[in-house]
Design a binder for this molecule. Structure first.
Ligand SMILES: Cc1cc2nc3c(=O)[nH]c(=O)nc-3n(C[C@H](O)[C@H](O)[C@H](O)COP(=O)(O)OP(=O)(O)OC[C@H]3O[C@@H](n4cnc5c(N)ncnc54)[C@H](O)[C@@H]3O)c2cc1C
Length: 493
């Protein structure tokens, strides 16, 4: 095989944006993935395809979704999500830890990068079901997360691979990249492990887009802490931290929140690793119900903010409860607001017409504790404040140990439905340091010649909290930048 200008490790969203951008800039590109072809696309293939993009109202949405009709525009309130708000969210949600250069580049480049994907044939649609409510006849988008790829994550990955095929990009599947080769401090290729043994592939530059370490139970226990080896993996089984490790071995600086990760409420009986045929095992409509632990008590403010801003910390909260289990409970007045995640076949759930009957069906929960807690919770709901799911309505329940800050409804209308959940890990936040052009940096701050990184394995953006949809957007922004810069570097040397 001839030596490629740019070799890319991984075939998820960050990798494919890098590959397409590098090819567009005249480089020959080889993509190497550990996964077999039918499991290509990493975590990206498991996503809902939601992208967090900065936009100013309907006119920008129309650029992203060119076939949006006048009628739809007239009956929708898309709101806006400015670059400043996006940047502010990243700063605030990270408690001022986020790398300001990366955050600034992500927010400024989000819309141009999305339009670049559109120009290549990726189709976006508004997120009708999960991110809007109809209020007074107007479809109102509430969370700054307004567009998704038609066909979700699989649709995104399939389209990106079609674009790559047309651009003449080559692929090697079933090759686990285990190391980098170098000469005089410059990266010269990779070492792969295949069923035939170890092989070496030379390249003029290398882009690592091999994801984080969520699938590695040993690293999870080591870096995230006690019991994280028990978490279920929502997505790809190949993200073992290999890309991060080989960059660190080359002298890259670690960056970001190594003990932090994105984790959600996830079906208690879901398989150990994600399966594309079983998407939607997360349970994210918790703002409209309550979540209780084995004592029958709430432990998380389900209404602290819109769920886009809180869901990524719920998995961790559940993991720290007895037996790492919890139940989400809804009565019939709010159940019409929950998403399709609560209507799939493979779910662990129970239903009853009275709270007493429900209490005895909640496996592992103290029934008396639950009933007395719900009584106290119902008494604490501020029923005088109007309920409105599309805004932070301030309808509280003032109760210990944790108040509910918005959308508090009494559990009073049967049937009552309860969903058994545990912690599902989505991806990890720790990674390697890069500059905003995706060059991998050493501890000294110097770049490692010929080495780039993008996507989940790039550390420094998320700390403790994560704004939904930023993962795909940052993978696209920094993937495309990595592709352009790696191509330029390879063609100059
Ligand atoms: C169920 C689920 C839903 C999600 N929904 C959304 C969403 O709607 N919006 C959003 O923004 N984010 C979402 N995310 C997060 C999102 O998936 C990630 O932020 C993003 O996809 C990461 O892209 P990536 O290219 O960095 O990594 P990945 O897409 O995970 O790609 C990593 C690639 O590296 C390969 N690889 C790993 N190790 C090696 C090795 N040693 N050698 C060769 N190849 C290797 C893998 O096989 C894979 O191809 C979701 C995640 C999950 C799990």
């Amino acid at each position: 095989m001839s030596r490629p200008d740019v070799l890319i490790v991984g075939s998820g969203n960050a990798a494919m944006c890098a590959a397409i951008a590098a090819a567009e800039h005249g480089a020959s590109v080889l993509v190497v993935d550990w996964a077999p072809k039918h499991q290509r696309g990493g975590n990206s293939a498991f996503t809902g395809g939601a992208f967090r993009v900065a936009y100013e109202g309907a006119s920008d949405i129309r650029k992203i979704v060119p076939d949006l009709g006048d009628e739809e525009i007239a009956t929708s309130d898309f709101g806006s999500y400015s670059e400043e708000k996006y940047f502010g969210d990243l700063i605030e949600m990270s408690s001022y830890h986020t790398d300001a250069d990366l955050a600034d580049t992500l927010t400024r480049e989000s819309l141009p990068t999305l339009l670049w994907l559109v120009s290549h044939g990726v189709r976006f649609i508004p997120i009708y079901g999960r991110q809007s409510f109809v209020v007074d006849g107007i479809r109102t988008y509430w969370g700054g997360l307004t567009v998704e790829v038609s066909g979700g994550g699989l649709g995104l990955v399939d389209t990106q691979h079609e674009i790559a095929d047309k651009a003449g990009i080559r692929f090697l599947y079933g090759h686990r990249v285990v190391g980098l080769t170098e000469r005089a401090g410059q990266v010269t290729g990779v070492i792969t492990r295949t069923p035939r043994g170890t092989e070496q592939i030379e390249a003029r530059s290398v882009i690592l887009a091999a994801g984080g370490f969520h699938a590695n139970s040993e690293w999870r226990a080591r870096y995230l802490g006690r019991n994280w080896d028990l978490a279920k993996v929502r997505g790809c089984r190949f993200n073992m931290g290999d890309g991060i490790r080989m960059a660190l071995d080359m002298g890259a600086a670690p960056a970001g929140h190594w003990s932090g990760c994105h984790s959600v409420a996830y079906d208690a009986n879901a398989p150990e690793f994600g399966e594309i045929s079983l998407l939607n095992q997360q349970k994210n409509s918790f703002p409209f119900g309550i979540i209780v632990n084995a004592r029958g008590e709430r432990f998380f403010d389900e209404g602290a903010n819109f769920r886009n801003y809180t869901y990524a910390n719920l998995g961790r909260a559940i993991l720290s409860q007895p037996d790492a289990l919890a139940w989400q409970i809804f009565d019939d007045q709010s159940f019409h607001l929950v998403t399709d995640e609560y209507r799939m076949k493979q779910m662990s759930w129970v239903q009853a017409d009275t709270l007493e009957a429900l209490a005895h069906k909640l496996d592992g929960v103290d029934a008396d504790g639950f009933l007395s807690y719900v009584q106290a919770y119902n008494d604490a709901v501020e029923t005088g404040t109007p309920f409105n799911p599309a805004v932070l309505d301030g309808r509280r329940a003032r109760i210990g140990p944790v108040e509910k800050s918005n959308w508090a409804l009494q559990l009073s209308k049967p049937p009552y439905r309860a969903f058994k959940v545990t912690c599902g890990i989505t991806f990890t936040y720790g990674g390697v340091r890069t500059d905003s052009d995706s060059r991998v940096l050493a501890q000294s701050g110097d770049e490692i010649a010929g080495l780039y990184a993008a996507g989940e394995m790039q550390g420094g953006l998320y700390f403790e909290k994560y704004p939904g949809g930023a993962g795909l957007m940052s993978g696209s922004v920094f993937g495309a930048r990595a592709g352009r810069h790696a191509a330029a570097f390879a063609l100059e040397t």
